[in-house]
Design a protein around this ligand. Structure first.
Ligand code: UT7
Length: 324
């Protein structure tokens, strides 16, 4: 049975950067009060990239995919599986993955989306790993992409300051050498209400609430506990101690969540890849974007062990242990 290895990464962020001060000034015109000091102290976020109106998730995903293909030295024609993780697809259908495939100018291979909100990339990577290990794909494009700005209620300061837009991607290729060492995916659907966008389209009309809503404190506690447990489980599955992890690439939601987890795992904070200060929370894009940053700046190197972790709506969470 072949293994699956990450052979390249890519990322793409919209050009427009909105600092906390910019956002606070904009929200003030709506009578919504916030400040750079509050956002930095409670989250660690300093800025986010926001897509221009009309930008589609498939546009961002395609840019990230092209960068990942180039990084891996793999052509679009060689890709036999495309999975896009997103909660902000271009359309109800077809899938964003099919639109990316069309943008890349290729056809024929399998393409579909997965929906696990901020855990989406980890779920998608686990799915691609299973395809490759089963011999059903050789080169997979796995993408996390979001235009979250489109589902934010800009009158709700408890959520709108937290998120940004972007896309990240990896090429996962069949290999004789181990790459993905262990996978843990979990969900607790009884907690679906603590993070949701509970709208629907019926008879051509949006019914329910199309905006993201979150019980921040409930999400915070579940995120810390589930990711700490999941990290221990995935390391036990791989038969390695947590202390042997070289880098942890967690979902970029809140620096306080990341610091809690690293403390509970006794993993030095220097081993955390943190991009939330610049990218904010880009949901399914956050893990591959952070991975791409550390891959390109040379921190993540061949032979190292990297823990990828996602957590989010559903409630979903997951960990993947990777040998680079
Ligand atoms: O990707 C999905 C995963 N999502 C997450 O992981 C998010 C997890 N949760 C969190 O990160 C945190 O719970 C938040 C950052 C969302 C909120 O931080 P918190 O420390 O839990 O704050 P809080 O909700 O308890 O609010 C504290 C105060 C409240 O005022 P009062 O009631 O104490 O007067 C809020 O109204 O802060 C107020 N507040 C704000 N003030 C200024 C809430 N949002 C803002 C804001 N600016 N943007």
């Amino acid at each position: 049975m072949p293994y699956a290895r990450i052979t390249g990464t890519g990322g793409f962020l919209p050009q427009r950067i909105v600092s906390n001060d910019d956002l606070a000034a904009d929200l003030a015109t709506r009578g919504v009060e916030t400040s750079d000091a509050w956002i930095v102290e409670r989250t660690g976020i300093r800025q986010r990239h926001i897509a221009e109106p009309g930008t589609k998730t498939s546009d961002l995903a395609t840019r990230a995919a092209r960068a990942a293909l180039e990084s891996a030295g793999v052509t679009a024609e060689a890709i036999d599986l495309i999975i896009v993780a997103t909660s902000t697809p271009d359309f109800i259908f077809p899938s964003t993955a099919c639109l990316v495939q069309a943008n890349l100018g290729v056809g024929g291979a399998a393409a579909f989306d997965v929906q696990a909100v901020c855990s989406g990339f980890v779920y998608a990577l686990a799915t691609a790993d299973a395809f490759i290990r089963a011999g059903r794909a050789h080169h997979a494009l796995v993408i996390g992409a979001e235009v979250f700005s489109g589902i934010l209620d800009w009158n709700d300061r408890r959520t709108c300051v937290l998120f940004g837009d972007g896309a990240g991607a990896v090429v996962l290729s069949a290999s004789d050498e181990p790459g993905i060492l262990a996978v843990r995916l979990n969900a607790d659907g009884t907690q679906h209400h603590i993070l949701c966008a509970a709208g629907n389209v019926v008879g051509g009309q949006v019914t329910g609430d199309p905006f993201l809503r979150m019980d921040g404190q409930a999400v915070f506690k579940l995120a810390v506990n589930s990711l700490t447990r999941s990290a221990r489980e995935v390391c036990a599955d791989a038969g390695i101690p947590v202390s042997s992890i070289d880098w942890m690439v967690p979902h970029q939601a809140n620096i306080r969540i990341l610091n809690f987890i690293s403390r509970k795992l006794a993993l030095p904070e220097e081993k955390l890849i943190v991009t939330l200060d610049r990218h904010a929370n880009t949901s399914a894009a956050s893990v591959p974007l952070a991975l791409d940053v550390a891959w390109r700046d040379g921190r993540i190197r061949p032979g190292q062990t990297v823990l990828l972790q996602g957590v989010g709506g559903g409630f979903t969470w997951g960990s993947i242990l990777v040998k680079i």
